[in-house]
Ligand binder design. Structure first.
Ligand SMILES: NC(=O)c1ccc[n+]([C@@H]2O[C@H](COP(=O)([O-])OP(=O)(O)OC[C@H]3O[C@@H](n4cnc5c(N)ncnc54)[C@H](O)[C@@H]3O)[C@@H](O)[C@H]2O)c1
Length: 252
């Protein structure tokens, strides 16, 4: 039964994280909507409850170890152990290696890689004690193939995918099942922000859609379905794996 599972979704106030929270709430999981944007997290949690699900907002900055520890402790106190984790919080900075400062590089690495690392570090002890736990990391096609103008972001997502396999190697014997979902270009507020900053936003949108051989961006809901598959009972033989959800981008 999924109703005895408590899943923490990072970056769940917006975009893919929000869609994942909604999808998992429909499976009767208790969903901890964790985000550095607390008001946004509260809105999502309220929507989950209004739709008949169980949602709790929590303030979380994945880059701050005190915030991570406090968030996990608060969930434990209020709801019991985190049984499942979705490491979704992420940021991107456009730029080639030449156009990205070391500070920008470190900012992206800190949220995307260190954040995923610390969240995993803080939920694993309880999972190991219980001999069970499921984790899904949100990677990106930028971590698998060359995407122009995304040097720091690509490096960070490559690291997230490598970390996924490393955690699998160390903890599968403790009952931990970790996988990654690898989205292509997904229509979220993030993409709206990127295209709005381009000289011609409409053309930028078309270019982003055309990256996918099928000629459109994915939806956050399409990614959420794959996250649910990786967390759910029907993927019980899927370990340390990457599920690519990219409209065929990496296949060509
Ligand atoms: N949209 C895409 O095309 C796309 C493609 C591949 C992968 N992804 C990945 O999907 C994930 C979600 O992206 P999205 O498009 O939904 O973006 P988004 O900007 O809509 O949402 C990201 C969320 O993460 C939160 N966040 C940022 N920094 C945080 C921190 N330090 N601590 C806690 N929360 C923090 C933000 O407040 C926001 O709510 C990211 O990891 C991103 O790399 C997105």
């Amino acid at each position: 039964m999924e109703s005895d599972r408590t899943v923490l979704v990072t970056g769940a106030a917006s975009g893919i994280g929000r869609a994942v929270a909604e999808r998992l709430a429909r499976e009767e999981m208790t969903v901890v909507v964790a985000d550095v944007n607390y008001d946004g997290a509260e809105n999502v949690a309220r929507d989950l409850r209004q739709a008949g699900g169980r949602g709790e907002a929590i303030l979380l900055d994945v880059t701050d170890s005190d915030s991570v520890a406090e968030a996990i402790a608060t969930v434990h106190r209020r709801l019991g152990p985190v049984t499942d984790l979705v490491n979704n919080a992420g940021i991107g900075v456009p730029g080639t290696v030449l156009a990205t400062s070391p500070e920008e590089f470190m900012r992206v690495m800190t949220v995307n890689v260190l954040g995923t690392f610390m969240m995993t570090q803080h939920v694993l002890p309880d999972m190991v004690r219980r001999g069970a736990g499921t984790i899904v990391n949100v990677g990106s096609v930028a971590g698998m193939v060359g995407i122009r103008n995304r040097a720091a972001y690509s490096a960070s997502k490559g690291a997230v995918l490598a970390l996924t396999r490393s955690v699998h190697a160390d903890f599968h014997r403790h009952g931990i099942r970790i996988n990654a979902v690898v989205p292509g270009t997904i229509e979220t507020p993030w993409i709206a922000r990127i295209t709005a900053g381009e000289p011609d936003p409409a053309v930028a949108r078309q270019d982003m859609a055309a990256r996918q051989p099928i000629g459109r961006m994915g939806t956050a809901e399409e990614v959420a379905e794959s996250v649910w598959f990786l967390l759910g009972p029907t993927s019980s033989f899927v370990y340390g794996s990457f599920l690519i959800v990219d409209g065929g981008l990496t296949a060509l």
